[in-house]
Design a protein around this ligand. Structure first.
Ligand code: ZN
Length: 64
């Protein structure tokens, strides 16, 4: 899942029926963290390509 210099992760939990999904996006370069809860919110969040979006905006990204 990792490619390039950007390191971080997107974790989605509690996707079972009856639970409230939680998605966490963490960037270990700048320690940006974003949490989204709720099935519709998580779905939209994932569809918005949060990793790619943050990778473009990350203040700690390296440009050798
Ligand atoms: Zn970052």
């Amino acid at each position: 899942m990792t490619s390039g210099p950007w390191r971080g992760g997107l974790a989605v939990r509690r996707m079972q029926k009856g639970q409230v999904p939680v998605a966490d996006l963490l960037c270990v370069a700048c320690w940006f963290h974003r949490r989204v809860t709720g099935r519709a919110m998580v779905r939209d969040f994932l569809n918005s390509k949060p990793i790619e979006t943050h990778r473009d905006q990350c203040p700690a990204k390296t440009n050798p």
